[in-house]
Design a protein around this ligand. Structure first.
Ligand code: TPP
Length: 336
């Protein structure tokens, strides 16, 4: 399945937007957290500053999000994990409300009660969770609902290779195949689960091989490349829409930042992140769209400027929004 000019441009634009979002967050997150005497690599108070809590960024992993979401509609469901911004942006979650959520503000997706790992947007059917492995069964639930309602919408569960060792992953795959659910499972293999290398946690090199054990197609994508993901995801999403059941995809991708912001990354070979950035997938797609005549240097610069302005506006919105009122602390927490 070849991408149209419109899809190529969309993927390029979204990858730039995700990268801009994550690089901005890397700066904003440190505000108020790093007293001058605390050196790089030492712990800081994660509750301090305008963006409280842990922060897991996905710079480098953009191809996985855009290559899959290019095939999705607003009525399709996406369930992400604890590193969710790239999926949320690619699925079309409102950037202002998403950012306000991370600032803990009343205008946030969850009125500031969820934070960056708990972004819920029913408008575009997006959710995520800090519970590793939780997303696969939830995607099965959304897929089962679509099937029962006779709709051709699909569900995608994105999670890391660490999550693929959770029991919930295996139960979800079994059920999805047994009931031929319209779901696509996408494993992001960014080499590490926190500090643990995949080779130290997983007996086989590719999770795609595990698909055979559940009776579904499994595909390994060895390049961190938007087009490569787009092609494989297109087949998987179309298969799910036709009612032919689930697919398991694993993508080898690159995490440029630490597991969380503030991670001393002592487990990484020195210079690894810098080396990974030499294979940045964004300029690769940029060269392609320019070679195809879809963009020139001027329009590329204009596009980047528009995206930077849009992202900055979202951060301004989050920063300047009001905090929830203390008396609303229990509002929307318990069902009546
Ligand atoms: C059920 C559960 N166990 C453990 C954790 C702690 N934890 C947070 S992230 C993480 C590693 C996840 O690795 P992976 O699934 O590969 O995702 P990545 O961080 O690489 O994106 C762990 C163990 C958790 N949040 N939930």
């Amino acid at each position: 399945m070849d991408a149209t000019a419109e899809q190529l441009l969309w993927m390029y634009e979204k990858m730039i937007e995700i990268r801009e979002y994550e690089e901005t967050m890397a700066r904003v997150y440190l505000e108020g957290k790093l007293p001058p005497k605390i050196q790089k690599g030492l712990a800081f108070d994660i509750g301090a500053g305008p963006v409280p809590g842990e922060m897991h960024l996905a710079a480098g992993q953009e191809p996985v999000a855009v290559g899959v979401c290019a095939h999705l509609r607003a009525d399709d469901t996406v369930v992400g994990a604890h590193r969710p911004h790239h999926f949320a942006i690619a699925k079309g979650v409102d950037l202002d409300a998403m950012t306000a959520e991370m600032f803990g503000k009343d205008t946030g997706l969850g009125r500031g009660k969820g934070g960056h790992m708990h972004l819920f947007d029913p408008v575009v059917k997006f959710s995520c969770s800090g519970i590793v492995g939780a997303g696969a069964p939830q995607a099965c639930g959304a897929a089962l609902a679509a099937k029962k309602l006779g709709r051709d919408s699909v569900a995608v569960a994105f999670f890391g290779e660490g999550a693929a060792n959770q029991g919930a992953f295996h139960e979800a795959l079994n059920l999805a195949a047994l009931w031929k659910l319209p779901v696509v499972f996408v494993v992001e293999d960014n080499k590490y689960g926190i500090s643990v290398e995949k080779s130290a946690s997983t007996a086989i090199a590719s999770n795609a091989e595990r698909a055979a054990g559940y009776g579904m197609p499994g595909v390994l994508i060895e390049r961190n490349d938007a087009l490569a993901v787009f092609k494989v995801a297109g087949t998987a999403v179309a298969r799910a829409r036709r009612g032919e059941g689930p697919t398991l995809i694993e993508v080898k991708t690159d995490r440029y930042f630490g597991h969380f912001q503030g991670d001393p990354e002592t487990y990484r070979p020195k210079g690894e992140a810098k080396e990974l950035r030499q294979h940045d997938p964004i300029p690769v797609l940029g060269a392609l769209v320019r070679d195809m005549g879809l963009l020139d240097a001027n329009s590329d610069a204009g596009l980047r400027q528009r995206i930077a302005t849009r992202v900055q506006a979202a951060y301004d919105f989050g920063r300047n929004s009001p905090y929830p009122r203390p008396e609303d602390a229990l509002l929307h927490v318990f069902a009546e």
